[in-house]
Design a protein around this ligand. Structure first.
Ligand SMILES: Cc1cc2nc3c(=O)[nH]c(=O)nc-3n(C[C@H](O)[C@H](O)[C@H](O)COP(=O)(O)O)c2cc1C
Length: 199
């Protein structure tokens, strides 16, 4: 039996009901901003989401959301059904873990197009929830340019908070699904703690 107070009234309920209503496990959606079948960003997003305490995590792959490249002409034909479904699906999550591929200093084209569609379906793409926003690349800058672009933009796409992390030289620092550089891993875990405190 659990006794709790709400608006100065006492309530009684069984423990299971209390846990269900008040301690419901948070849900996190993770993805890489890439359609590469070997995406290093999807690997990083998967790893980072696995380090978040006490959450349920879903990892999606944008290869499962093929759609025409966004244009106003395409939009005049209607929204792609799979992206309407994705937009709806995203509403159930309490936060998002995103790692963006950097192509020529910006978003990978496939991700940008999906983002454009999602922003037309629902202006608040991230549903007023926090985003752990990362980028990685094989080079030493760790996708710093796309990270900077996205950290400026994501608040306009409904991210209530954006926590950023750039992961440099992916192939030197990540092996067999784990971060192998302890200093980098410690810094990432600090960002993950900050994210946990915001969801
Ligand atoms: C067209 C193209 C442009 C790229 N431009 C950049 C770049 O501007 N900066 C960078 O760090 N890496 C760049 N790269 C390398 C990507 O970071 C690398 O392919 C990485 O694996 C992409 O992430 P993904 O594996 O998650 O798709 C580029 C790669 C391609 C194919």
């Amino acid at each position: 039996m659990v006794i709790f107070s709400l608006e100065n009234k006492l309530f009684f309920c069984n423990f299971e009901l209390y846990l269900f209503k008040y301690k419901k496990m948070k849900k996190i959606l993770a993805f890489g901003g890439s359609t590469s079948s070997t995406s290093i960003n999807k690997q990083l997003a998967t790893y980072a989401s696995s380090q978040i305490a006490n959450v349920e995590t879903e990892v999606i792959d944008f290869n499962d959301y093929a759609a025409p490249i966004y244009s106003t002409d395409e939009e005049a034909n209607g929204f792609p059904e799979n992206l309407v479904a994705l937009s709806e699906y995203m509403k159930q999550f309490d936060g998002y873990v995103v790692s963006l591929a950097e192509h020529n200093g910006s978003y990978a084209a496939a991700f940008k197009s999906i983002l454009d569609w999602l922003s037309r379906i629902n202006r608040s793409v991230f549903n007023d929830k926090p985003v752990l926003l990362m980028a990685t690349s094989p080079g030493g800058r760790g996708g710093a340019s796309v990270l900077s672009n996205a950290s400026n933009y994501f608040p306009h796409a409904g991210a209530s908070k954006v926590i950023t992390f750039s992961f440099p030289s992916f192939f030197d620092n990540f092996k067999e699904d784990k971060v192998t550089n302890k200093e980098l891993n410690d810094r990432l875990l600090e960002k993950i703690k900050e994210f946990e405190n915001n969801i």
